[in-house]
Design a protein around this ligand. Structure first.
Ligand SMILES: O=C(O)c1ccccc1NCC(=O)[C@H](O)[C@H](O)COP(=O)(O)O
Length: 202
């Protein structure tokens, strides 16, 4: 089970996530997010993580070209284009960065084929990203297959059941491991990773 903790705002929390065994950490550079970090903080987190996990830049309010240029400048491994980006946007981003993730919601009636826009993974989220809201995975008309990541309202207490029900390739969490918006709870990060790994899903 691939595990991503998103919305990290401090180097300390990123190092806790690495120590807990995450596969990826995300930094959010959406201006309106309570988890938005500035360039200097994002750089410090990416540098501290190094090769310890995949580093993911998450944006939904920049053009694809701006987002990809920012991702390259930060030196992240992956760009997560979150929300209303189309195939042409992905094509633009792909000219700058090879590893893209497509993050979307069932509310947008997306193409559920992983790789439809050239992305390496498809992240299915609630309609409002970072809101801590669940969505009904029973509404999936087809299993995406391949690298799809379940996000939206997960926490240490529900992630094992969510994995058993939806059988994703990976899981992503943000507000479910926070003590307040933008403030990660280190114990909750460890508990989340343990619970996701404890499912025995590979
Ligand atoms: O986290 C945000 O504030 C955010 C803002 C704008 C675009 C994307 C954002 N987060 C993306 C993520 O990958 C979150 O981890 C995902 O939405 C799950 O969030 P949560 O329900 O809080 O676990």
């Amino acid at each position: 089970m691939y595990v991503k903790v998103c919305g990290l705002t401090t180097v300390d929390a990123a190092l806790v996530a690495i120590d807990a065994g995450v596969d990826a950490i995300g930094v959010v550079m959406n201006r309106t997010s309570p988890r938005a970090v500035d360039l200097a903080t994002a750089r410090a987190i990416v540098a501290a993580v190094g090769d310890g996990a995949d580093t993911v830049l998450v944006v939904n309010d920049k053009t694809a070209a701006e987002a990809a240029d920012l991702a390259v400048a930060l030196g992240v491994d992956v760009l997560q284009l979150h929300g209303g980006y189309d195939a042409a946007d992905f094509a633009v981003a792909q000219t700058r960065l090879a590893r893209l993730w497509r993050a979307t919601s069932l509310a947008d009636e997306p193409d559920l084929t992983v790789g439809a826009y050239g992305e390496e993974a498809l992240l299915l989220d609630a309609a409002r990203p970072g809101s801590g809201q669940r969505w009904d995975t029973d509404a999936l008309t087809e299993q995406p297959g391949g690298r799809w990541i379940l996000a939206g309202g997960l926490n240490p207490g529900n992630v094992a059941d969510a994995i058993a029900a939806a059988r994703p390739w990976g899981v992503d969490v943000s507000s479910g491991v926070e003590s307040a918006p933008g403030v990660k709870d280190h114990a909750a990060i460890r508990a989340f990773v343990g619970a996701a790994r404890g499912t025995g899903a590979s």
